[in-house]
Design a protein around this ligand. Sequence first.
Ligand code: ZN
Ligand code: ZN
Length: 362
Amino acid sequence: MSAEDTRFGSGWISGVVSASLGILGFGAVACLHYPELLTTPNLREVYPLGFIRGLIHVALIIAFAFGVLSLILRRNKSLGGIGVTFTLLAALWGGSSVAIDGHVSKSDHIGLDFFILDLFVLALVFVPLERLYPKLGEQQLFRREWLTDLAYFFSSHIMVQVLMLLTLAPAAFFFRWAIDSPWQRAVASQTGWLQFLEMIVVSDFTAYWIHRLFHIVPFLWKFHAIHHSSTSMDWLAGSRLHIIDIVITRALAFAPLYALGFSSQPLAAYLVFVSFHAVFIHANVRFRFGKWKWVVGTPQFHHWHHSADAEGVDKNFAIHLPALDWLFGTMHLPEDRWPAAYGITGNPVPKGFTRQFTYPVR
Ligand SMILES: [Zn+2]
Ligand SMILES: [Zn+2]
């Protein structure tokens, strides 16, 4: 990609926008056709459907217009061609006005809507931020192995139902007896923001030690090494996590929250925050946060955790609270310095989603 002309006016930017919106728009129309199969019930309940339809409509118009623009400007017609083709297919399939007939019941599903929405929102936020304030200025949007990381992003969103069940199962199995206990009533009666902060402290404390074990125990490290195999840091890089890593970490970090009985609204706010924050700390942005960088996990803090230099190895295990690393003696946050390189020295992890999937058990 680096040899290619990607400047403004070359037709590359319009081509990328067209292909991305065309494919996402086509997926969104598929969600309207098969809501039971392709959409997430919890999200369905809160969708402002009129607004979503408008969004799909506008996305398809932009995808088509930018696709035509890219076809005119760019000698290589692939991006514009993909964008226009998917837009036309989406339009022929009914576009944004596909009717949803009758009652949509809860059933086994894959989270295609979650994938489309989350990718759309995160790209809208982070792609411009990483262009305007890059830490690694020379890094491309489609840097090395970006498709691998997109495959991770796709799979973890598509499997949202499976992941939720696996996350919840151990907590429910061990702590079902705690439901409606006196302490659960006391915890749930606190104000929302206090519950939110308590969840951060409790889950980050658990996650700190699980994370540290993943680094110490050789068998667990084989799973977690995949997350560390990325040599680029950006908003998509954090998605690279083996499913076993995701399930063990989430299930064990969630169990105490379940046992303590936090109420559903602060819990929802917590889940939205942690998923956004997890993307943010991997992002290729050079923001400094003054004194706040000692209070909450920032990109600089977590980038050091991914450092290939010895000084950053096995440091900064916390995700939200650097204080935990300070407390347990694993903090590394030099004033203004960032790691010179990312990844694992002598990286043993193979390339590609499928080979990485089987790597830990080979
Ligand atoms: Zn780690
Ligand atoms: Zn990470």
